[in-house]
Structure formats: C-alpha cells, structure tokens
Design a protein around this ligand. Structure first.
Ligand SMILES: C[S@@+](CC[C@H](N)C(=O)[O-])C[C@H]1O[C@@H](n2cnc3c(N)ncnc32)[C@H](O)[C@@H]1O
Length: 204
C-alpha cells in the first residue's frame, strides 16, 4: 500500500485544534471505565495513546503507515504500535477490554470499514467496549463543519476523498454499525455536530 501519510510529522499539529476536545473525552471515558487492555486500531501517530499514557493508562496500537508509526515511537512519551493491517490483526480473539478507532473509517471503502469493525468486535472481550470516533454529516451538522471537513478531506488524496464521499452517501457510521452485535451506550457530538463519538458494548 502506498504510504499516504508521508507528512506525518505535521499531522498532529495540523489537527490539534480540531481533535483535542475529542482526545480528552476519550481519556475521560477510559479512566472512568478503568479499562486495563486497550487497542487503538489505525492509531496513526499514537496521539490518543500518548495522551492516555501521560495519565498512566497503557495501550497498544496498529497502523499500516510507517511514517505515522515512526512518530508514535518518537518524543517524550513513546507508545508501542505495530505495523499491521487493521482488516487482519494478529492478536487473539477477545484480548482487549476496549478497542477504539478514531478518524479512520471514513477514509476506507465501505467493505474495508466493515472488516475493520468486525476485527474490533473479534478482539474485544464479551461485554467489553468499542469506542468509535468519526465524521457525522446530517441535517444537524453546521455549514461551517461541512465546509471545513470537505476542505480537509479533499486535500487528503483522491482515494481518501472518494471514500469520504461514499461514507457520507451511505449514512456514515449508522450504516457501518447496522446489524452488528453492539449496543450503543454513550454518544457525544463535537465540531459543530460534524463528529460523533460512540461508546458501544459488545453483546455476545
Ligand atoms: C486519518 S488517520 C487517523 C489516525 C488516528 N487514529 C487519529 O485519530 O489521529 C487514519 C489512519 O489509518 C491508517 N490506516 C488506513 N488503513 C489502514 C489499514 N488497513 N490498517 C492499518 N491502518 C490503516 C492510516 O495509516 C492512518 O494512520
């Protein structure tokens, strides 16, 4: 796979203003639920895992981009991330109290995104949690959020943008999560209703 994230060293700085509230919300949920084993699927630069580690919570990640993984293992706080395909992760079934993925599903084709979520379900313990953060574009989304997201996505590369448009056309996470053995237990909106964070419990 061609590494789309060659400019990984600018990634966190560029997105900081947009994501910091969301990262803090994930931290709050993690601390409240006292998860012991955490997997960040498509962890990118490990930015979320680093925030967790700063607050004493360890987690591990998987990502396919070497450029992103280098950043994860660099700096004052380093996190362990594995170079692995999120559609076919090598960890054993039900290894984690919580699996999460943030801002990754919208850039995948519908079938890829579904495979990734199924891997997360496989890897999560019974009654464990999945945290999914991604765009949510509907009638409640402000025009500012819509325009801002399209601006970012249209500059992220052709495949990326085509998949984003497909994600929106297919009703985003609602479609991806339909019919899966997951119960939504918490939901939060961010960025003028352009982003949703869902906490889901694995049902069987
Ligand atoms: C938009 S970035 C999000 C990164 C991070 N989760 C965050 O919140 O900043 C999407 C990430 O998904 C990774 N990715 C895409 N397809 C993947 C796959 N099949 N397996 C593993 N990682 C993948 C990319 O390399 C990239 O780091």
């Amino acid at each position: 796979m061609e590494d789309e994230y060659k400019s990984a060293k600018y990634y966190d700085k560029f997105l900081h203003l947009f994501v910091w509230r969301i990262r803090k919300k994930v931290l709050e949920i993690v601390i409240r639920n006292k998860y012991k084993t955490i997997l960040d699927v498509c962890c990118g630069t490990g930015n979320q895992l680093k925030l967790l580690k700063k607050h004493g919570v360890d987690g591990t990640g998987v990502d396919l981009s070497k450029a992103m993984l280098v950043i994860a293992e660099f700096g004052k706080i380093k996190v362990k991330c594995h170079e692995q395909d999120a559609e076919n992760i090598t960890f054993n079934n039900e290894s984690f109290d919580m699996t999460m993925t943030t801002f990754a599903l919208h850039e995948k084709s519908n079938s890829s995104a579904k495979k990734i979520i199924n891997e997360m379900i496989r890897l999560t313990k019974k009654n464990g949690h999945l945290i999914i953060v991604d765009f949510s574009i509907n009638s409640n989304t402000s025009l500012l959020a819509r325009k801002g997201i399209v601006f970012i996505e249209s500059r992220a590369g052709d495949d990326h943008y085509e998949h984003y448009k497909e994600y929106v056309a297919y009703n985003g996470l609602n479609n991806l999560l339909e019919g899966l053995p997951l119960k939504e237990i918490e939901k939060y909106y961010f960025a003028f209703n352009g982003v949703v964070l869902k906490v889901l419990q694995k049902q069987k």
